[in-house]
Design a protein around this ligand. Structure first.
Ligand code: GRF
Length: 189
């Protein structure tokens, strides 16, 4: 069984899709859902699904290194084989990433390498793009830069607001992440 930790900061809709997909003959199971925000809606959803949860509130630490030391400790306690970042909004340092490199995935709401960072939908619309999308990639020290494992495209319609586009991309995220993660987990078996 491939022990999987899922890191979130918000509502956790991707976390729910990932966790729901890890059943039956799926080689992985969720062993921890952890957040840097104690009020993250996804924590309540994970508890309702019977998944262990933990909080490491970044606001309680004087700096990123102290926060990441605690984050790493909490992860080691769950002993995951793989980490899925699912709407986890803290930028991780190279030092932290190197400890989990090759077994940490992230989902990013753009067609990388375009629009690394934030406000991806607003930037795609302002650039006059006709397509947007989502990328699942391996996490490496450079932000949103790791090897791409899968992508899905969605159209940008005339008059789309960033929220319209975000909703359309989120739907694509919900099918892409479980599919890509299953493939990744299968090759770890
Ligand atoms: C998603 O759009 C994800 O791509 C981005 O943050 C959002 C998280 O949504 N990184 P949720 O918390 O999974 O609903």
């Amino acid at each position: 069984m491939i022990r999987t930790a899922i890191l979130i900061s918000g509502g956790g809709s991707n976390m729910v899709r990932l966790a729901e997909s890890m059943t039956g003959d799926h080689p992985a199971r969720p062993v921890l859902v952890m957040s840097n925000r104690p009020d993250a809606g996804g924590l309540f959803k994970a508890r309702d699904m019977g998944i262990e949860t933990a909080v490491v509130d970044h606001k309680e630490f004087e700096d990123r290194a102290a926060f990441e030391t605690k984050l790493h400790e909490a992860l080691l306690a769950a002993n995951p084989d793989v980490i899925c970042l699912a709407g986890f909004m803290r930028v991780l340092t190279a030092e932290f990433v190197q400890k989990w490199q090759g077994r940490m995935l992230n989902i990013h709401p753009s067609l990388l390498p375009k629009y690394k960072g934030l406000h991806t939908h607003k930037r795609a619309i302002e650039a006059g793009d006709t397509q947007a999308g989502v990328t699942v990639h391996m996490v490496t020290p450079a932000l949103d830069d790791g090897p791409i494992l899968g992508q899905a495209r969605v159209p940008i319609h005339a008059g789309d607001t960033p929220d319209d586009l975000a909703a359309r991309v989120l739907t694509a995220e919900h099918s892409l992440y479980p599919a890509v993660f299953r493939r990744f987990a299968e090759q770890l078996k």
